[in-house]
Design a protein around this ligand. Structure first.
Ligand SMILES: CC(C)(COP(=O)(O)OP(=O)(O)OC[C@H]1O[C@@H](n2cnc3c(N)ncnc32)[C@H](O)[C@@H]1OP(=O)(O)O)[C@@H](O)C(=O)NCCC(=O)NCCS
Length: 225
């Protein structure tokens, strides 16, 4: 069995904008720079948010992006949507809009992640430091596999999901669209996490989780209102 970064790290564009100016932008920017690329602007919809970086232009809102793009040759400019969960659906919506504008989705893979060669990582997804993705796992579009998260063999992760820091998905787990497994949770083999559902931090999930729900506990059998 072989593991390789080159097989999964997509060529990332030289110039990249970030959409989202809070914590995730601070984690993603150094990875972009590691590959010799540059963050040329950051956008965020939050009114009054402090610019995250001294050395990068910061703009408020999508309209500012439309204005900015008129002054730039955006043909080869990439984007990364640095908005953490529970906002998978927001990332997917923005992914579509920014792609339609002509920007190029960048898939961000930390050099210190371990990814089996026969995995698939979807467009615009982010794999952070220490993350492990085992053989035949499939990760969809605009997912975040966060710091030290572990996705074992044959897991299927649909678009817009996040596996938070230190969470463990055993083999053959299925995460449906926009679901979120929080920090340090463990999902046992072959369990399915429902669409838009949340598994609370530290939970141990032994049964399937229904759509649109939040479950916590060890074992995870308490559904929150
Ligand atoms: C699951 C979670 C999202 C629920 O948040 P919430 O809906 O705001 O829940 P609340 O804080 O209102 O708590 C509701 C109840 O659930 C309990 N609860 C919340 N999270 C829990 C957890 N992870 N494990 C066990 N119980 C939990 C609370 O103690 C509270 O219990 P009570 O009604 O007996 O007082 C959140 O608690 C959580 O686990 N967040 C983790 C976030 C994370 O991993 N972030 C990583 C970012 S990279």
């Amino acid at each position: 069995m072989s593991f390789s970064l080159e097989s999964t790290a997509k060529e990332i564009p030289k110039d990249i904008i970030l959409y989202g100016g809070t914590g995730q932008s601070k984690v993603v920017k150094p990875i972009i720079e590691f590959y010799g690329s540059k963050v040329i602007a950051v956008f965020d919809d939050t009114v009054g948010l402090e610019p995250p970086f001294e050395d990068v232009d910061f703009f408020n809102g999508y309209d500012a992006l439309l204005e900015w793009k008129e002054k730039v040759d955006i043909e080869k400019v990439g984007f990364s949507i640095t908005i953490g969960n529970p906002h998978g659906s927001v990332r997917l919506r923005l992914h579509k809009k920014l792609t339609q504008l002509g920007l190029v989705p960048a898939t961000i893979i930390h050099p210190d992640s371990v990814i089996a060669t026969n995995c698939e990582i979807g467009s615009g997804s982010q794999v952070m430091a220490g993350a492990i993705i085992m053989p035949e796992a499939r990760v969809g579009k605009q997912c975040i596999v966060n710091t030290k998260a572990s996705i074992d063999h044959e897991c299927v992760i649909d678009d817009g999901c996040e596996i938070a820091p230190g969470a463990t998905l055993c083999g053959c787990v299925r995460m449906k669209r926009n679901s979120w497994v929080c920090a340090g949770a463990t999902v046992l083999p072959r369990v399915t996490i429902g669409e838009n559902s949340v598994v609370g931090a530290g939970a141990v999930v032994i049964n399937d989780v229904v759509d649109d729900s939040t479950v916590v506990g060890v074992p995870a059998n308490r559904y929150l209102e």
